[in-house]
Write a protein that binds this ligand. Structure first.
Ligand code: ACM
Length: 664
């Protein structure tokens, strides 16, 4: 299960079979969302079992009884009671929850207890008591850099339901596009979106889809920077005269709203008023990040405003803007949330600060009495491992030293899926399954820390996520097929791609090669951020090197390592053949050449077959080649190279096996 519940009591006994059908009963609160959660559970189970599951007159229907203590509002809200108890026994499923949202969370857990069985499906027996550690567990989806169509958002919300994430932070405007239709200011979406925007009805559809899953939707309209797309239709909002065009590049740009113009606040008042009617959540995100101050510095009127108000620098200017905007939000019944730059001396205590500059900013906010959430450490676009994200705790680092009353101001965190390099086709593979590990960090007790355990469960939940609608496992095969064409080439590129990872951090942004119009269909675009094959291969390498109590390395691990190395060595011929006359495969061919060279070294190390010459020279050359393979080429790295290096490092320079010429 992921997130791991607070307590799970494994009840002895065979899992209970579901083939007699399920009989749903609800008592206490009568909220249609609870029965819907049951229906969702059923359809997910059916996709596992391969047969329809009767909900009426099965022979021996298994009761699924939900007791929900209080109704509560039909809109999810910060601080909802999400606690639940779940019991699965041979006589049925019993759920007790404090609120409908708690019951929805219980069904997410129940889904994870389901296994396929010869008779259809079965549910593992268990007694679970559960509640979240943090009330704010979000996922940011950036619909601006690349527009994300409605089906992407729906399947993302379904997956969030599976892992109990409860806030969709919807990043709706940026330099590269303004993505919501505005009646009040139609040039925002007409001039600022290339026609890729959500209608009011579509927004309502998503907000309701989320609501039914107990998920809040917090919209972000990022101001006063990141606003080039606004200025295409409304250049008068900017501190410098236009004209402006939708930004196609990525990075931080100069344009910013003019904080000294009354018309800017009148405009924002109108827009916030309109959007407050579309987005019912109490919170409204105003961005506030990365205003570089250059455009302000170049504007005589901004400088005059600064002098008149005695605002010494850009930070003070932004603080004045933020304060005024906060009063506008307040007048429309909204609480403000912003990136950590919104922090300033007399920031209202209600404002939630979202730190993307580590615990330092979180602590600064909480120390001043502001609620805060953490996002640094959870940037999915950086292509880091699940283990790396899992190791980041909102209450870790400096935050661990906060006094208890300030600690309680740390509300949780949000995973962020910025989409410079994500499209509707590959975004799922960049979010899932890694976001599930972040979801666990935010839901489960802080003591849930075993990385090995996390990965074991992550692999299981990954499949459950795809059965619930995501495409993160299937999209790679589809993208490979497009590069490789029909026939066996697809399989050889798949074997290759499983051993690779995309370049990390901001290397692709910094290359300057990309715009929002660059197709993202190359080898780097289809790779999973973290190679599962590389991780398992490393475990096998460790196992074969670590002798057990009897002094033997693991023989099965040794065999698996040998098989993988041979596979990568032999696969190369097929990739090279496929690449002949297919320029779409040139990057794959280059990566395969390197992978095969790494694999040959690995086999030499494994079998201790010294090629002719000095073993010390061999080791130096091998290490150098493996180091190079770990560096990006065509924005791709050989993810298995570090494990092969470990094999090489263990070989003695004065090997006893010098002179043997055994074929691997
Ligand atoms: C951010 O990463 N600029 C919030």
């Amino acid at each position: 299960m992921m997130p791991l519940p607070v307590t799970v009591e494994e009840v002895g006994g065979a899992p209970v079979a579901g083939d007699g059908g399920l009989a749903f009963r609800q008592s206490g609160c009568r909220d249609p969302r609870v029965e819907e959660a049951f229906s969702r559970f059923l359809s997910r189970v059916e996709s596992f079992s391969g047969t329809p599951v009767s909900t009426v007159a099965g022979e021996r229907p298994l009761p699924v009884a939900v007791e929900c203590e209080k109704g509560g509002g039909s809109l999810p809200a910060l601080g909802d009671d999400e606690a639940y108890d779940l019991s699965v026994s041979s006589s049925g499923v019993a759920i007790r929850a404090a609120s409908p949202v708690g019951a929805i969370r219980a069904f997410a857990t129940l889904y994870q207890l389901v296994e396929g069985a010869p008779s259809g499906f079965q549910i593992r027996l268990a007694r679970v008591t559960d509640r979240p550690r943090f009330p704010w567990r979000g996922l940011l989806v950036d619909s601006s850099r690349h527009f994300m169509p409605i089906p992407v958002l729906k399947r993302t919300l379904d997956a969030m339901d599976v892992v109990k994430l409860n806030v969709l932070h919807w990043h709706l405007s940026d330099d590269q596009g303004f993505r919501v239709a505005s009646r009040a200011f139609p040039r925002l979406h007409r001039a600022g979106s290339d026609g890729l925007f959500y209608s009011g009805d579509e927004v309502r559809e998503i907000v309701d889809y989320a609501r039914r899953r107990g998920i809040r939707v917090v919209p972000e309209f990022d101001v006063p920077g990141h606003t080039t797309a606004w200025f295409v239709g409304y250049p008068e909002l900017a501190s410098e005269a236009g004209p402006y065009r939708i930004e196609r590049k990525f990075g931080i740009f100069d344009p910013a709203m003019d904080p000294g113009k009354r018309e800017v606040y009148a405009f924002l008042d109108g827009l916030v008023g309109e959007m407050a009617g579309l987005f019912p959540d109490e919170y409204f995100h105003v961005g506030g990040d990365e205003v570089n101050g250059k455009a302000w510095g170049r504007s005589a009127s901004v400088r005059a405003f600064q002098a008149e108000r005695n605002l010494p620098d850009g930070g003070a200017l932004q603080a004045a803007f933020t304060s005024r905007l906060q009063r506008i939000l307040s007048a429309h019944g909204k609480k403000m949330i912003g990136w950590d730059e919104v922090l300033h001396g007399n920031l209202d205590r209600d404002v939630v600060v979202q730190s993307y500059r580590w615990h330092r900013k979180l602590v600064e906010a909480a120390s001043r009495g502001n609620p805060s959430i953490l996002s640094s450490g959870y940037y999915l676009d950086l292509m880091f491992s699940a283990a790396w994200h899992y190791g980041v705790d909102p209450l870790g680092e400096e935050a661990a030293t906060l006094p208890p009353e300030k600690r309680s101001l740390v509300l949780g965190g949000e995973a962020c899926m910025w989409t410079e390099f994500a499209t509707a086709e590959n975004i799922d593979a960049k979010i899932w399954p890694r976001a599930a590990a972040i979801a666990e960090r935010l839901w489960s007790p802080a003591s849930t820390r075993s990385v090995e355990e996390m990965y074991r469960r992550l692999a299981l939940v990954s499949v459950k996520l795809e059965a619930a609608g995501t495409t993160h496992l299937q999209s790679r095969a589809r993208m490979i097929r497009r590069l490789a064409g029909p026939g066996p080439a697809t399989r050889s590129v798949e074997i290759l791609s499983e051993a690779l990872e995309p370049v990390k951090e901001y290397a692709r942004v910094e290359s300057g090669r990309y715009t929002s119009e660059t197709p993202l269909t190359r080898l780097v675009d289809l790779l999973h951020p973290e190679s599962e094959v590389a991780r398992l291969f490393m475990l096998d390498v460790d196992a074969l090197m670590a002798p057990d109590a009897a002094g033997n390395g693991s023989a099965p691990a040794q065999q698996r390592v040998a098989r993988m190395l041979e596979l990568w060595r032999d696969n190369d011929e097929f990739v090279q053949d496929a690449a002949q006359g297919n320029p779409l495969l040139l990057e794959a061919a280059a990566a395969s050449t390197t992978l095969a060279a790494c694999a040959r070294i690995g086999l030499e190390a494994l079998h201790r077959v010294a090629p002719p010459g000095d073993r010390k020279v061999w080791k130096t050359d091998a290490t150098s080649l493996l180091e190079k393979a770990s560096l990006p080429r065509n924005e791709v790295v050989i993810a298995v190279a570090s494990a092969i290096r470990r094999l090489v490092e263990r070989t003695e320079e004065k090997s006893a096996l010098v002179g043997t010429a055994r074929e691997p």
